[in-house]
Design a protein around this ligand. Structure first.
Ligand code: ATP
Ligand code: MG
Length: 559
């Protein structure tokens, strides 16, 4: 047990600690993260991963990665691969404990035969519509299936023939015999098995019957030796069925199901179904589009995994629904990037500058630190020459009050470079500013001279010594804090942010010619970015991870 655990206590850790004190299950702790391989993992899953693997770490027990692959119609190999990649990226390791519910299909099937033998399950010929009709409504008991009283022999025979493929899809089901009058609908003779001829990503066409989620999940937990089966609150009503399956089958040391609140983050969707829809309708470029709240999307956007772990840690584990402000996520991202990202200069919307008093052929290399405090990160060399570019928005023809950057007759300092003064503005025929003629102050480049202070410091790049850079400024995919919240008949996609991506062609300082894909950087004054494609890997492309401050509130106000 690590010291960390003692400090952080939540209701789940308390339950586990009590269990251990009471010697329950020999003090053993075993958890699992059980995704259904029908999509990519999202930020909500990160919470479940951190919780389950965190419990394993803190209580020194294994945490399994188990694919709940019981619905071949929606499950795909690509999701199985992406989920493993994402769990690892988030920083967790299941070691040898990788399992699939399908590993247990035979045992799960044998469990079903046992339920039949015990008189606790029967084969039902009702269609799903008929079944729904007989299920009843809240407050009114349902009606027993006409097939409920079949003999054990007949049930066994029919169930075996279901397995053997004698019946059409949907024609028969195996149902638990519990209580059609139960106020809990999950106990009104729920379906345990259905016939489905979809090939399975792992078992191929071996099976034509598949166990339902609730039944398969309970059995997989028990077979595997899970001690604490942690799941989200919507499964609270399923717990009686979970317990019924394991009690009826006589599992000795039963896992305990514990529910916690899902993680929801404002402006982000955590519904796999909707995320899938965004991918399929090409609203985004794929599951790993940097605007997606998927782990693959965060990774491509340059979000460090520790920022997500930090968020999950801060949010903690609760029993009540929790919606977290996206600002907290952004804060975690900035905090983790601040210490690790090198600072560089990139001009996104270049405006040409000519230093008229700089000799045309002179090129000087200025050495500048890559991080303001972490000297161990080293330095890089920046080219300084007669032709430069600055950010278009750092110049104003008629400067507003408190605009301390460049304007006719005004001075600014170039970051790590000289102080320059704007002497002349060049315009095109349309009257637009296309370039500035400036002079630099030689003393401001001479470290032996006392340096004057000017109010503005701006970033810049030497025009002929920079690297062309495609800048992809990603913003929130949705413009509404609760994107899924729409009036009846409305589509949540009306909440999409029409400006979630801006693509610019900028100029990066020479240093970026040699930075590899995946490296996270701060573009001074602009934001944190990650290299999507390196300069020598086909041309420099960068993705914005997050702005430096919360520019969102300001931008909305401007619109
Ligand atoms: P589906 O509707 O496809 O079942 P799901 O989000 O429940 O979607 P699973 O693959 O079943 O997806 O989830 C794996 C695990 O992650 C489950 O234990 C589930 O409870 C947990 N989980 C899913 N969404 C969240 C969330 N928003 N917050 C915390 N845990 C979550
Ligand atoms: Mg689920």
């Amino acid at each position: 047990m690590s010291g960390e655990m003692v400090q952080k206590s939540d209701f789940i850790r308390q339950i586990i600690q009590e269990d251990r004190q009471n010697g329950k299950r020999g003090g053993r702790v075993q958890t699992r993260f059980p995704p259904e391989p029908n999509g990519f993992l999202h930020i909500g899953h990160a919470k479940s991963i951190c919780l389950n693997f965190g419990l394993g770490r803190d209580f020194d027990g294994p945490c399994f990665l188990r694919f709940d692959d019981t619905n071949p119609a929606t499950e795909e190999e690509i999701f199985i691969r992406s989920i493993q990649e994402d769990v690892k990226w988030l920083g967790f390791d299941w070691g040898v404990n990788l399992r699939y519910a399908s590993d247990y299909f035979e045992q799960i099937y044998q469990g079903a035969e046992k339920l039949i033998t015990l008189g606790k399950a029967f084969v039902c010929d009702l269609s799903s519509d008929q079944m729904r009709e007989l299920r009843g409504v809240p407050g009114t008991p349902g009606v027993n299936s006409p097939h409920r009283e079949r003999s054990v022999e007949e049930n066994l025979d029919l169930f075996r023939r279901m397995r053997a493929g004698e019946f059409a899809d949907g024609s028969h089901t195996l149902r638990a015999k519990i209580d059609m009058a139960s106020p809990n609908f999950n106990l009104r003779d729920p379906v345990l098995y259905r016939i489905k001829r979809d090939p399975h990503p792992r078992t191929g066409t071996t099976w034509v019957i598949y166990p339902m989620y609730d039944y398969a999940h309970a059995l997989s937990d028990a077979i595997e030796g899970t001690t604490h089966s942690i799941c989200t609150l919507e499964f609270e009503d399923h717990r009686p069925l979970y317990d019924w399956c394991l009690e009826t089958l006589g599992f000795g040391e039963r896992p305990q199901q514990i529910e916690f609140a899902r993680l929801e983050v404002t402006y982000l969707l955590t519904s796999k179904r909707k995320l899938k829809e965004l991918v399929e309708t090409k609203v985004v470029s794929g599951w790993s589009d940097p605007r997606m709240p998927t782990l693959a999307g965060f990774r491509r956007r340059g979000v460090p995994p520790e920022a997500l772990r930090d968020l999950c840690e801060r949010v903690g584990v609760a029993k009540n629904a929790q919606s977290v402000e996206i600002e907290l996520l952004d804060h975690c991202i900035r905090e983790s990037l601040d210490s690790q990202a090198a600072r560089v200069l990139v001009v996104q919307k270049p405006l040409r500058i000519t230093l008229t008093n700089w000799p045309a052929e002179e090129l000087r290399w200025i050495e500048a630190p890559l991080h303001p405090t972490k000297t161990e990160m080293g330095t890089r060399k920046m080219a300084l020459a007669r032709e430069l570019v600055i950010e278009e928005s750092d110049f104003m023809l008629e400067p507003a009050k408190k605009f301390f950057r460049l304007a006719p007759g005004k001075e600014v300092r170039l970051r790590y470079g000289p102080i320059i003064r704007c002497d002349e503005v060049e315009k095109n025929e349309a009257g637009e500013v296309v370039g500035l003629k400036c002079t630099f102050d030689p003393d401001s480049l001479d470290p032996s001279k006392e340096q004057r202070k000017v109010k503005g410091v701006i970033h810049w790049v030497a025009r002929d010594h920079g690297v062309a850079c495609e800048v992809r400024n990603y913003d929130r995919l949705f413009a509404a804090p609760n994107p899924a919240n729409v009036e009846e008949g409305e589509d949540y996609r009306k909440n999409l942010n029409p400006k979630s991506l801006e693509v610019l062609t900028g100029l990066a300082e020479a240093h970026l010619g040699g930075v590899a894909e995946g490296v996270r950087l701060q573009f001074e004054r602009m934001g944190y970015y990650v290299i999507e494609q390196s300069a020598n890997g086909g041309g420099l492309i960068v993705n914005r991870t997050v702005t430096l401050r919360d520019s969102w509130a300001k931008e909305v106000a401007k619109d």
